[in-house]
Design a protein around this ligand. Structure first.
Ligand code: 6PG
Length: 247
């Protein structure tokens, strides 16, 4: 394990299953601490395929009963602009692998409504966040844990290379066009000002196609930040990278 500082860590695992097991233990550790200190745990889920194994583990023994689920609030880092039951929906994936297996109250899961007009959905989600965190000043709130993935192009959430959204300084949630290669053309995403207020960000990376960008990011972070959105995730709190042996 390479340790840049207590707040910045890269941990390598043999495979996706052991990576996901360690990630589940980390989620539980942070949830337990947050509930003890603040009475609740605010968790932002990532989309894509990598976190599926983690979500399955969190919804199964021992985590299904050992986690303080009644004090946990679930949010989304990004969403594709499709209905919740669409195969490309991040909410739909999280529901199938985890949320549908847990008995959380409706108000514990704040879904981005991908079925709405993108701009309307972004404005609505930001308003819901402002209501949830009862924001006094303009400073964005701090999520306890934000889970993120990274694409082979260095995107994270739905912050894509060269996107105008990377320069957003005011909004917490924006709608963005995805690259033409993506199945769904419009997306919703949290912005960097909000992501970087997190107490902890945990990246989960699996798949050798991400190795080149990941190594650039670990070894020349400042240089990487010019090209790769994932390198611009520099949270006030902990930044953890859990990577498998292909990275
Ligand atoms: C999404 C995710 C996205 C994802 C990466 C990695 O909506 O797709 O938020 O940022 O984390 O594209 O995806 P994989 O885990 O499928 O490689």
């Amino acid at each position: 394990m390479r340790r840049d500082s207590p707040e910045r860590q890269v941990q390598r695992f043999a495979d996706l299953d052991s990576l996901s097991q360690a990630a589940a233990a980390k989620v539980q550790e942070l949830a337990t601490t947050a509930v003890k200190q603040r009475g609740r745990f605010t968790l932002v889920l990532s989309g894509g395929s990598t976190p599926r194994r983690l979500y399955e583990k969190l919804a199964a023994a021992p985590f299904a009963s050992s986690m303080p689920w009644q004090q946990i609030f679930i949010f989304f880092g990004d969403e594709r602009c499709v209905p919740a039951d669409h195969p490309e929906s991040n909410y739909g994936m999280a529901h199938n692998f985890m949320l549908g297996k847990l008995s959380l109250a409706t108000e514990q899961v704040l879904r981005m409504r991908g079925e709405l007009d993108p701009q309307v959905a972004a404005n609505e989600y930001e308003r819901r966040l402002r209501d949830f965190f009862v924001v006094q000043n303009s400073q964005p709130p701090s999520f306890d844990l934000i889970l993120l993935g990274m694409g082979a192009d260095g995107h994270t959430a739905s912050l894509f290379p060269d996107s105008a959204a990377l320069h957003e300084q005011q909004r917490w949630v924006v709608s963005v066009p995805a690259p033409e290669t993506m199945a769904v053309r419009w997306r919703l995403t949290l912005t960097l000002p909000l992501i970087n207020r997190a107490r902890c960000v945990l990246f989960l990376l699996s798949g050798k196609k991400k190795g080149e960008v990941a190594r650039a990011l670990f070894n020349q972070p400042r240089e990487a930040a010019k090209r790769y959105p994932a390198a611009r995730v520099q949270p006030e709190g902990q930044l953890l990278w859990y990577v498998d042996a292909t990275i």
